[in-house]
Design a protein around this ligand. Structure first.
Ligand SMILES: Nc1ncnc2c1ncn2[C@@H]1O[C@H](COP(=O)(O)OP(=O)(O)OP(=O)(O)O)[C@@H](O)[C@H]1O
Ligand SMILES: [Mg+2]
Length: 345
C-alpha cells in the first residue's frame, strides 16, 4: 500500500563546504562527509573516473599511487575544479535521495560563500538541476549560519555572525532576513593548518602532512594566551636525515604559529564593525557576535575576539552543522511564506 509520505515534497539543504559537505533532508541530518574525491585518469581520454567520494576518499589523501589522485575540489574557499565538484555534489545528492520509482523531484537549497562569483553560483545551480532538483535555491552562508545558530535575523535589529570554516571565514551582519554587510576571507581552518606546517618546518626542521597539522590544531591548538601549558609529541619527517622523527609541540608554539591568520580575521571583524551603520552597531553591542563553523572550536578563539572587540562572543551550540540546519530552516520559510533572502550586493 502507498503511504502519503511517498508523495511528500522532499527538501534538501546542502552545506557544500570546502572541508565538509552536510545535507539535511526534511529537517534531519542525513549526510556528513568530507568534501574529498578520489579520481583516476582514463587513458586516452580527458575524462576522469571517480573512484571514491567522502570518507573513503579522505583516507586516501596523501597516500595515492601514481595514477590515482585524492583531491579536495573546493580547496582554498573556491571551486578549484568545477567538473569534480559537480560530480561530488551529484554523488551526495543521489546517495541521500536513493531515488525510488514514484519519488517526486526535490527542492534543493545550497549554501554558498557570499564571495562566490556568478559563474560559480550558476555552476552549483546547474549541478543540482542535473542531479534531479525541481527548484534550486542558493543562500549566502552567513544567513544560513545565523539561522542555524538560532539568531532572530527576521527582526529589525542588527545581528553579527562569524563563520570560520575550512577555506573561508564569512563575516555577516544581518537584519530583516537580509545582509547589511558581508565579507568572505580566504583565511580559515586550512590556513591555520598551513601556518602550523610552516612553523614546524622552520622551528623543528620537520615536515608534516595536512592530517598531522590538523591534529596539532585540534588537540593543543590555542588562539588566546593561557596559563595552562599543553604539550604533546608528534611524528614527522626530519629535514636533515629524511627519517621519521618525533618532536614536541606546545599550545604556546601553536599560538605563535597562528598569529598571522588570526590577526587577519580579527582585522576583518574590526573593519566590519567600523563600516556598520551606528544603529546596527548599537544592536550588535547588545547582542554580541555569534561564532559558527568548525574553526569556532579552536580553543580560545571566542576569547580572542572578545578581547579585541569588547563584544560578547558566543559559540553556536553545534558550530559544524549550523549552516546546513540553517539552510533547512530557510527552506521551510521559503515554502511556507514564499519569502526570499537578500544578499549584500
Ligand atoms: N576542535 C577543533 N579545533 C580547531 N579547528 C577545528 C576543530 N574541529 C574542526 N576544526 C576545523 O574546522 C574546519 C572545518 O569546518 P567546517 O566544516 O565548518 O568547514 P567548511 O564548511 O567545510 O568550510 P567553508 O565554510 O570554508 O567552505 C577544518 O579546518 C577543521 O580543521
Ligand atoms: Mg562552511
Amino acid at each position: 500500500m502507498f503511504t502519503l509520505d511517498l508523495f511528500k515534497p522532499r527538501c534538501l539543504s546542502i552545506d557544500l563546504g570546502t572541508v565538509n559537505t552536510l545535507i539535511y533532508l526534511n529537517g534531519e541530518l542525513v549526510l556528513n562527509e568530507p568534501s574529498v574525491v578520489a579520481i583516476r585518469d582514463e587513458p586516452g581520454s580527458l575524462e576522469k573516473i571517480v573512484l571514491a567520494v567522502g570518507k573513503e576518499a579522505k583516507a586516501m589523501l596523501g597516500r595515492t599511487p601514481g595514477a590515482i589522485e585524492a583531491i579536495r575540489p573546493m580547496k582554498d574557499g573556491v571551486i578549484a575544479d568545477f567538473t569534480i565538484t559537480k560530480k561530488m555534489l551529484q554523488h551526495f545528492i543521489r546517495q541521500v535521495l536513493n531515488q525510488g520509482f514514484f519519488s517526486p523531484s526535490p527542492d534543493i537549497l545550497i549554501c554558498v560563500p557570499c564571495g562566490a562569483t556568478q559563474v560559480e553560483r550558476r555552476a552549483i545551480k546547474e549541478s543540482a538541476v542535473e542531479a534531479g532538483a525541481k527548484n534550486v535555491f542558493l543562500i549566502d552562508e552567513p544567513i544560513a549560519a545565523a539561522l542555524g545558530a538560532g539568531m532572530e535575523i527576521g527582526e529589525s535589529a542588527g545581528h553579527m555572525v562569524v563563520d570560520v570554516g575550512g577555506g573561508t571565514t564569512e563575516i555577516g551582519i544581518m537584519s530583516l532576513n537580509g545582509v547589511i554587510y558581508a565579507e568572505s576571507l580566504r583565511v580559515a581552518g586550512d590556513a591555520f593548518n598551513d601556518s602550523i606546517t610552516k612553523y614546524v618546518r622552520s622551528k623543528h626542521r620537520t615536515v608534516i602532512g595536512e592530517n598531522t597539522a590538523e591534529k596539532i590544531k585540534e588537540e593543543i591548538g590555542s588562539a588566546f594566551k593561557s596559563s595552562a601549558v599543553k604539550r604533546k609529541t608528534y611524528v614527522g619527517r626530519s629535514i636533515s636525515t629524511g627519517l621519521p622523527t618525533e618532536f614536541i609541540m606546545t599550545n604556546v608554539q601553536v599560538l605563535e604559529a597562528l598569529r598571522e591568520p588570526l590577526a587577519t580575521i580579527i582585522s576583518a571583524i574590526r573593519t566590519a564593525l567600523e563600516q556598520t551603520p551606528p544603529e546596527v552597531s548599537s544592536d550588535i553591542a547588545k547582542s554580541g557576535i555569534m561564532l559558527t563553523g568548525g574553526g569556532a572550536l579552536l580553543q580560545g578563539l571566542n576569547q580572542l575576539i572578545k578581547d579585541r572587540t569588547n563584544l560578547d562572543v558566543r559559540i553556536a551550540e553545534d558550530p559544524l552543522t549550523c549552516v546546513a540546519s540553517g539552510g533547512d530552516k530557510a527552506l521551510e520559510m521559503i515554502n511556507k511564506n514564499n519569502m526570499s533572502f537578500l544578499s549584500a550586493e
